[in-house]
Design a protein around this ligand. Structure first.
Ligand SMILES: NC(=O)c1ccc[n+]([C@@H]2O[C@H](COP(=O)([O-])OP(=O)(O)OC[C@H]3O[C@@H](n4cnc5c(N)ncnc54)[C@H](O)[C@@H]3O)[C@@H](O)[C@H]2O)c1
Length: 347
């Protein structure tokens, strides 16, 4: 019997075109769609590395997932795939902050939703009320948020003028296994991933965790597997999701970046069986770390009213739990390669 959605209606299998579906979030969404639903995933990306484990032809869902190696900037095949699908989820972006300053053009042309108010009265962000505030143009870090907001507005205008059905998701620091890369192992040695992978890299190498401007910024962190539950509710309940913008975050998991580093040191010491006293933090300036043009908001907290009302979704995983499973994954996946590299630096 077909599964029912929140309104008791049967869930019909959809063809879902997932642009950028080979990345961190896409890989978790594909895993969920393949193991727990009958939906079909048509994945478009420049890389399939993070979903190769799902593409083996012997797997029971082999007929429900296909991968198209494609750069969406210049490939006309994309339109055909989108038109043939029931739903398109766009995840493609350059979303590593270190690239916002050094590759602002790519950042602008590749990005989608986001907008970051910076005044204390706007720390709590409401999707339908909070204004969008950006830093000045020479602070190129804001190119990402600005490009995301342009897309929000384009989607909304298409909805208003042409009746486009849409749902916009605002991910608030979704983290977990497969996020970004470890420099020198599965990414460029001079690459700078997002904070989770930066700190993981430092921990794996036994280096101090670098705190940009003292790690004062506060963020809320959500386990990617909780986040994927929310996305699946949107897919299976279009009547409740259409036309809405959803914050998807975990306000209960709010810490400063410095506290995150300290927590990761505590958890990693246990996971890797090393003394926590051998792991430390180091203050660095944002200019030294990210280059000229860096800027960020001190704090941003997702208001959860709309997603609770429409979909009844609530995050479940505490920061301790999510760091425990994520750092176990990082240790199992990377520690061997890093040990080898450190013992033989010339190779
Ligand atoms: N992870 C988060 O907490 C978070 C927070 C805010 C916004 N987002 C947004 O969610 C989306 C997915 O994020 P993610 O964390 O999975 O990042 P990710 O970098 O792991 O995934 C993005 C994917 O897009 C692909 N891509 C980029 N440019 C492309 C192109 N021109 N053609 C084809 N593929 C291309 C990349 O290869 C990558 O696999 C992004 O739009 C990101 O900005 C994520």
């Amino acid at each position: 019997m077909a599964k029912a959605n929140l309104d008791g209606n049967p869930i019909t299998p959809l063809s879902i075109c997932m642009i950028g579906g080979g990345g961190f979030i896409g890989s978790h969404l594909c895993e969920k769609l393949m193991s727990e639903t009958s939906h079909i995933a048509i994945v478009v990306d420049v890389s399939s590395e993070k979903i190769n484990h799902l593409l083996d032809k012997s797997l029971p869902w082999a007929k429900r997932i296909e991968f198209h190696h494609m750069n969406i900037k210049n490939d006309s095949r994309l339109e055909t795939l989108v038109k043939a699908s029931d739903l398109t989820i766009n995840l493609a972006a350059i979303c590593t902050p270190a690239d916002y300053n050094t590759r602002p053009l790519d950042t602008i042309f590749s990005n989608f939703i986001d907008a970051i108010p910076v005044e204390p009265q706007y720390y709590m962000l409401k999707e339908d009320v909070s204004p969008c505030i950006f830093g000045p143009v020479h602070k190129q870090r804001w190119s990402y948020a600005c490009a995301k907001q342009m897309t929000d507005r384009l989607i909304y205008a298409e909805h208003a003028e042409n009746g486009l059905k849409f749902t916009i998701v605002r991910p608030y620091n979704w983290i977990g296994p497969r996020m970004d890369f470890i420099p020198g192992v599965d990414g460029p040695s001079d690459g700078v991933p997002r904070v989770l992978a930066c700190f993981s890299n430092n921990l794996l190498r036994g280096e101090p965790l670098k705190l940009v401007d003292g790690g004062r910024s506060q963020r809320t962190f959500l386990y990617v597997k909780d986040a994927i539950e929310a996305v699946l509710l949107m897919i299976d309940n279009p009547n409740r999701a259409n036309g809405h913008i959803f914050n998807v975050g975990n306000p209960d998991n709010e810490v400063s970046v410095k506290q995150l580093a300290e927590l990761m040191i505590k958890v990693y010491a246990k996971v890797a069986d090393v003394p926590a006293s051998s792991l430390s933090t180091l203050d660095v300036t944002s200019e030294d770390f990210y280059g000229k043009g860096y800027d960020d908001s001190d704090r941003r907290i997702p208001d959860m009213t709309i997603i609770t009302k429409q979909l009844g979704w609530k995050p479940r995983t505490s920061l301790d739990e999510l760091l425990d499973s994520t750092l176990q994954y990082q240790h199992q996946t990377y520690s061997h390669a890093i040990k080898k590299e450190l013992s033989n630096p010339s190779t």
